[in-house]
Design a protein around this ligand. Sequence first.
Ligand code: ADP
Ligand code: MG
Length: 583
Amino acid sequence: MTSRPLALAGAAVVALTLATLPLLANAYIVSFVFALLVAFVIAQSWDWVNGLMGYLNLGHYAFYGIGGYTFCMLLVAGAPLPICFAGTVVSVAIAAALLSAPIFRLKGDYFAFATLTIVPLCELLASNLSGLTGGSEGITLPPNYVLNPAYYLMLILTLATFVTTLALMRSRFGYAMRAVRNDEQVAQVSGVRLFPIKIATLMLSGVFAGLAGAIQAWQFSFIDPYTMFNMGVALIPIAAALLGGSGLLLGPLVGVALLTSLQQVLLIKLNMLQGTIYGLVIVLIGRFIPGGLLRWRTIANSAALGWLSRESHFEVPALRGGARSDALPLRADPIDASRKILECRDVTMAFGGNIAVRKASLEIRQGEIVGLVGPNGSGKTTLFNLISGVLHPKSGTILVDGKDISQFRPDEIAGLGIGRTYQIPRPFGELTVRECIAVGRTFGRARAPLKQSMLEAETFARFVGLDDCLEKRADQLSLQQKKVLEIARALAGEPKLLLVDEVASGLSTVEIAKFVEHIREIRDRYGVTVIWVEHIFSALASVVDRLIVLDSGSVIADAPLAEAMHDENVLATYLGHANPEVP
Ligand code: ADP
Ligand code: MG
């Protein structure tokens, strides 16, 4: 029996129990489940930002408080319930949007630390803006017994949270989030525009937490700064998501169920030690089961519980129409050799006092395959970073099809049809090979719909010889496989200019020859122009039309292959550098 019907049956039983709970159980149990649902919505909505997008937001609980406050202020002002909830959504969304601008300028630890200040700041505001918030006195709602209606609203919100998580994991938007989490820069050069993704994710997560705060405040019928912005409570949903397994569909749910139950026991027996015990649980999990309980091998590999740990990956539809073709699904650009596809004019880049690229000028015409060579540290990769928008030149201009792109973002440049690979492969490690290639395809110049990209990814994988590992996580590939995955991902975006950064080292002679044929084929069949940085000269020799030589950031030669190989400057550069492969 497959697990799907079983899971559906299980879900139906749980749903039915939850839906009839107020009829079956006493108020204590209903309150307990209510608290559990609130914690789940907070933990899961937090995990969209962390588990999917990779940003550790320690201020998430503030949205809960802002939601609660907005709701209560509207309710005591006499607004009808639907308006109170709508107002909550609007105010939390605005708060999240306003917060995005400063906090997403930060990354990693700095981001986490900055967000740690949000909850205390809100507490301070709520205490001091007493005209609006009632200050430390708080707001008391008219006395009404609303446990059951609040419970049902919370149940609907829980369901919406769960469905949203599922939808995010399967959507194009969700893949952008996951690409950002895995490697922000590679996501960008693959065509993902970062800021809209980040702001929308934070707003979405804020709205769900805010609604949870509103429903909770309604049920409490009293709020004050301490209950709504309590730092001691703010981190518990986060601890729960980490305990269960951040980024997994059921991770936050399992974590919340365990921690909330533990809390009930502790509340009765060991109230004073609660914080210490949570801390201990997290330390133990971090030490012994990093990634959370559901990633624990004993659970992940067990026949009975393994389904809890399943990662969400694209599932290939069982029935699919159309014949499989080996031809890459790329538009063929007719080659116009007079068209200047790329031009660099006096481009300079420096890191502090170290000038990595010095007044470099070059032109690339459509349909060329150009080798870019030079000793280690001569600025080849930096030049690629400048062309792909990862870095901006200190001076000089870079033109693509005559348009100055020197200050463009990497995703804009990707959209113009510039694809690149990385010398040290940077796949989206938590995604499968199929998903990595599809991200390149759906966000690059191709802009193919997600599902189509997932299916077409197969052709690109076959092209580079990865068709056996389509459903394998990219971080489990060998180095060679990761290298060719770089090519497949970049190619899938339908670049008109492909920047290839050192592939041959580590490949066998046969693999190199195959790779050279691939480069030739994508130029001949699809009109893709290629700049290839390579140390292993023999790889270039049989395929490039022209050689550009860099030394200490300057272009010291730019000539057809045969000519460049007899250039004295070039020979001196290479003879000065122990590279036995260069003639
Ligand atoms: P190549 O790819 O030709 O080996 P690079 O472009 O990687 O050379 O490096 C050129 C010079 O710029 C080197 O001196 C390198 O140390 C320096 N460099 C490259 N990237 C950075 C960076 N992000 N920060 C500081 N220095 C850098
Ligand atoms: Mg390099």
